[in-house]
Write a protein that binds this ligand. Sequence first.
Ligand code: GUN
Length: 283
Amino acid sequence: MSAIIIDGVAMAKQVLAEQKARADKLAQQARPPGLAVVLVGDDQASAVYVRSKERACRDAGVRTFDTRLPATTTEAELLQKVDALNRDPQVHGILVQLPLPAHINAVTVLQRIALAKDVDGFTWRSLGALLDGHPNLAPCTPSGSMLMLERSGVPIAGRHAVVIGRSSIVGKPAALMLLERNATVTICHSRTTDLAAMTRQADILICAIGRSRMVTADMIKPGAAVVDVGINRSADGKLCGDVDFDAVRERAGWITPVPGGVGPMTVAMVIANVITAAERTIG
Ligand code: GUN
């Protein structure tokens, strides 16, 4: 069997077109949605991510407010900037790109973002709302992954979903979202004793590990849906995911590629969150 490849580029394009319609409606009501992107320092990968988010904003009719700050910016200066964006009525979403320079406490900065503008869904209050089944704005990588499953017709309710990874921005929220859709959920991590024994039970497998091609075909239940959240560089310098794509696609029922899978969907979900935040200001 060869898996259905879930095309994140095509699906993100469709999601962005849907967002454009929502954004246009807001613009007609003199309330064009706006995203503030804050980038501190000169991390190359962050600059690439930020550019792709800003390009997607343009395509979807979302205004962007750029803040580029030097690596020497103090935590107090950055907090002041966040406070100013919290007060700015033209800004509906605030995204502080991670990682921040080591001398800045990222937790302190992220918690300062107003709940209504937390389009990354990283604040404790947003995560708490998700835990209690009343999402504010959901974290974008797991919500993009969920949409890929849903729009591909992958059955979720009653199925066994295994999530590898327990970060607060992917693994844990992904597990909560699957639970909310009535999957039976197992969370695995670096200290799981027999990972393959767990993954072989998975009807849905979410891989958020950060290690090149670690998930191999023998770890996959035939016909499973495999979502690869990893973005890694392999030894030969190529971009690759956590999943050994070429082998796993012969065993899985559905699979997301890297690149061109979850990444573009994450960007599309940021835009969707900005527009949702803007719509809420109209009520
Ligand atoms: N750095 C890498 N991914 C992300 C993300 O989704 N949001 C933010 N703010 N920073 C990131």
